[in-house]
Write a protein that binds this ligand. Sequence first.
Ligand SMILES: Cc1cc2nc3c(=O)[nH]c(=O)nc-3n(C[C@H](O)[C@H](O)[C@H](O)COP(=O)(O)OP(=O)(O)OC[C@H]3O[C@@H](n4cnc5c(N)ncnc54)[C@H](O)[C@@H]3O)c2cc1C
Length: 456
Amino acid sequence: MKKWIGEIEGIIGDKERIFTDLAHLIPYSTDSSTFKNNPDVVVFPENKEEISEIVKVCNREKIPITPRGSGVGYTGGAVPIEGGVLLSLTKMNKILEIDLDNLIATVEPGVITKTLQDEVKKYGLFYPPDPASLKISTIGGNVAECAGGMSAVKYGVTKHFVLGMEVVIPTGEILRFGGKVFKNVTGYDLTSLMVGSEGTLGIMTEIQLKLLPLPEVRRTMMVLFRDMYKGAKTVSEIIINKIIPVAIEFLDGDSIRCIKDYKNINSWEDMDGMLIIELDGKEEDTKRDMKKLEKIVKKMDGKIFKVAENEEEREEIWETRRALSPAIGKINNTKVNEDIVVPRNKIPDILHKIKEIGKKYNLNIICFGHAGDGNIHTNIMIDGRNLDEVKRSKMAVKEIFSETIKLGGFISGEHGIGLAKKPYLKMNLQKETVELLKRIKRAFDPNNILNPGKIF
Ligand SMILES: Cc1cc2nc3c(=O)[nH]c(=O)nc-3n(C[C@H](O)[C@H](O)[C@H](O)COP(=O)(O)OP(=O)(O)OC[C@H]3O[C@@H](n4cnc5c(N)ncnc54)[C@H](O)[C@@H]3O)c2cc1C
């Protein structure tokens, strides 16, 4: 056994929290992407001191460390691509405090997103960031990827809720950035720098999150369109009319047909676009905005298919949206999933471009997503064994990114760069900006041990 692994064993001191046998390494070799590589060792630390000691050994020996939450990231962020230590944060999963005086939760990074949401709900509070993976993903993974979700239109994404954190940086020092305050201009904002840093700058060991009071009511409607582009245009019509729903989810015609087949729905004939719109707030405000929404939808030739009258019906509407993932999974064996973001009023333009690109390369590209914040998931459905299709899908991705950038958008709205989008980073950022990012990385991690090979 390598000497450094023996040292880490000594730090952990518990055989149930460190593994080097293949059977335990393989499950940690990948995430929700297609990248794969085994680590040399998988470790489950229980506190910051253990992490700090492990990091010191790795820094001295120049061994790569990959932090990992639940491993449901889409871009290979948690894949130990250069081997070394896979540091699973799943045993650090305590909600340390719910501070009702300040409406702030302090959590360990391995807390599951939904567990936190369910817990704060007991106090009439809520933690809005709601990635579709919330039943599995960890808060640490959410912060490291700056995860977004359906409710980002009104409430924002993870970065809008992180107030402070404790971090072990690659030299092994344990640092505190930010704290339980809502304003803080004391030095550079390192808390914000950590959000979306994809496990490349430090290992978060404690996180402070802003909570909000639960809204009084929620109103949800499902609207269908014969013309998908009118559906997409309705998104900016809603915003122009100064209505900010919690969520505006868009599904294109292909998405609708997938769900229709998957759930045996007969009533959506000739429909080519769908919006799911949710409002929340005070009873009278949501009633007023609902009336305004109805007028907008009518003007845009949309058909209100369903308005949820109670929580059960609301759940039914969202269940339809959630069915999309398994439904498109049935089309083909490989999904090339991108998460571009454009200014909200450019959604119809990017949809046109994507559909044209699909035709050009003879590929089925299914588009849906959090249209209220301009974030469209493009899913190219291919047979991964067909090398020609794989090649065409790569060309299509590059063109989609190029059109996105021309419209003032970015290649990732919420999944991060990781390994998957690293070849395209320079298309989107200035050369000098990429160099600055690399210098920041070197300032934190001079030996390039923390999640090497990611982003750049
Ligand atoms: C079905 C499905 C639906 C999804 N829906 C959404 C969605 O709606 N919105 C969205 O934004 N994403 C979504 N995702 C992507 C994914 O769920 C998120 O990126 C999530 O934040 C990953 O959490 P995780 O705990 O699995 O992190 P992991 O995948 O384990 O890790 C992600 C990154 O975070 C780093 N990391 C993890 N913990 C720490 C830590 N404590 N300190 C430092 N770095 C750390 C890792 O090194 C890695 O780079 C979805 C994924 C799936 C499979």
